[in-house]
Write a protein that binds this ligand. Sequence first.
Ligand code: PXP
Length: 255
Amino acid sequence: MSADMLLPRLGVNVDHVATVRQARHASYPDPVTAAALAELAGAAQITVHLREDRRHIQDRDVQLLRQTCQTRLNLEMAATPEMMRVAFEVRPDMVTLVPERRQEVTTEGGLDVIGQKDALKRFIADLKGAELKVSLFVDPDVEQVQMAARVGADAIELHTGRFCEAKTADVRKDEHRRLVDAAKTAVKVKLACYAGHGIHYDNVHDIASILEIEELNIGHSIVARAILVGMERAVADMARLAREARQAALAEARR
Ligand code: PXP
């Protein structure tokens, strides 16, 4: 295995470039342009969430990204018939199924894979029947991860929100332990393991150093920083921090 394969892939979520555009119903800033700049700066994937209410990313963005994305396109979506049709048409490199509530400011929790196992199994089978790959966004809960494997997912994305938002050292430690346990379980049940939500420049270290995590999807912190320093520098800084954390963790594991 080459050293590069052990480094986490950085997926840059450009939803909030579209949030700024939609605030004025303007044609700029264009998330498609932002995605190209992110790729130039080292993003290994572009992630977008096409929400039912189209509050940020629009259908046109997803279609253009499919045509222009030079790396991988990860489409986050709810498990609905409408989104199934979009996935069939766009054919992203990964479909990430997320729970969606209209009133929420952002995705609040992971999917309840256990509670929705039969519906998810059918939905995933239809996507996989069209040769699409499917990841499930789940809380770092061992039983949810195990069920993700049973319903046929290829991967899980661990919800890192609770870890990232922890207010005390104890909660932070507990949440980190949950992420580690869930990541190890994913590998055991042969799921690729990704992580995302709330990851910032000052907490990426503790997540990127979990060796089982192959991919990080990061949006708000990068777009927020890009407003001040530019997309290329914002992405390059994050890619470097993730790489350095992983290299240090690998060196430690080999000792
Ligand atoms: N991964 C998933 C599944 C998400 O829903 C989101 C938020 O859209 C992200 C990653 C990115 O989260 P953030 O914008 O907090 O970095």
